[in-house]
Write a protein of this length. Structure first.
Length: 340
């Protein structure tokens, strides 16, 4: 059975010409602190991410007792109660939530918290028990494509038959040399499997190239970009080498969106692009909280620089009475995918 070349992640589509989905990976950069994890959710919303990823694991199920990283992993591990609190807060933010579950108990936690999607680490391509759990979860899966060997990936995809999949291309190492990125392989993966593909960005978060790599990946076929971030690179916390600061993530997101516009798939210069600057859109007059029912006083009609522009003022009657599916910021153009 041939799989779809597009999948849904929250209210967004991934693939088939949709704008690239920018996934902010918090991973375990919270250092085991719930407060830091909650601050990372807030930062992800502000820095232009389309979704957020947390890694969940039970150390006792992941490594043997005498493993050299056992104590480190125990310090990073969120308890079931804390993990549930973090994932519920992420869901309440309005951002689609992805969980990289490294064991069966963490998978159960992700499903209980109603995560929008799951991520399978490349090292688990040959883990049939966990693959069966992912297959039965009825959630989209971001599947780490691993290395150049095709057989493990094919076998994993066979076990995930019937599940929506995005293939993640990129080295599993926290920090990878540029030569190992192999960005041209994105198109090869897409053509070979007919699936949306993502770029798992492991470049040095402190380098100028970290801002450019996602835009290059999208120009070469990536439908999704996953990038680690940390609240403070100077603190040198877990996996900080491959993570960007919130400020740099925002700049990276801006470059990616500019690259998409420069690709020329929108209106040509001198046609509707020029007129759009003067066109008013329906925007939020003030913060509209998730679950609020829209009323006329909540709406404002202003010119925006967004492309394509938002809904025109004449369509306001179509929005009144509908409920916000996620928080809508003041002056943010209101679109159909923001509403229930």
């Amino acid at each position: 059975m041939r799989r779809a070349a597009v999948m849904s992640l929250g209210t967004r589509e991934v693939g088939a010409g949709a704008p690239a989905f920018l996934l902010a990976s918090a991973g375990s950069a919270h250092g085991g602190s719930v407060d830091v994890a909650l601050r990372m959710i807030e930062a992800a919303f502000k820095m232009g991410a389309d979704g957020i990823l947390f890694q969940m694991f039970r150390s006792v199920d992941l490594v043997v007792r005498r493993h050299p990283e056992r104590r480190l992993l125990e310090s990073l591990e969120l308890s079931v109660r804390d993990g549930k609190k973090v994932l519920q807060a992420a869901r309440a933010s309005g951002l689609p939530v992805v969980v990289e579950a490294l064991d069966a108990k963490s998978l159960d936690l992700a499903l209980e918290a109603e995560a929008d999607a799951l991520q399978l680490h490349p090292s688990d391509l040959g883990n049939p028990g966990l693959l069966r759990g992912f297959a039965g979860a009825n959630r989209p899966v971001l599947l780490g494509a691993g290395g150049p060997e095709e057989a493990p990936l094919r076998e994993a995809m066979d076990q995930l038959s019937g599940v929506s999949v995005v293939l993640l291309h990129g080295p599993a190492a926290v920090l990878a040399p540029l030569e190992e990125l192999r960005l041209r392989d994105l198109r090869t993966l897409k053509e070979r499997h007919g699936l949306p593909v993502g770029f798992l960005d492991a470049t040095d978060g402190g380098s100028a190239f970290a801002l450019l790599a996602p835009a290059l990946a999208v120009s070469l076929g990536a439908d999704l970009v996953e990038k680690r971030f940390t609240l403070d690179r100077a603190a040198k916390g877990h996996d900080y080498e491959g993570a960007v600061s919130p400020e740099d993530f925002y700049r990276m997101a801006e470059l990616l969106r500019q690259a998409e516009r420069a690709a020329g798939e929108g209106a040509a210069a001198g046609t509707t692009a020029g007129r759009g600057v003067m066109t008013r859109s329906i925007v939020a007059g003030s913060l509209i909280k998730r679950g609020e029912v829209l009323t006329a006083p909540m709406l404002a009609f202003k010119r925006t620089s967004e492309r394509p522009p938002g809904l025109p003022p004449k369509d306001a009657h179509l929005l009144i009475g509908r409920r916000a599916a996620r928080p809508i910021q003041a002056d943010e153009a209101i679109r159909e995918d923001m509403l229930e």
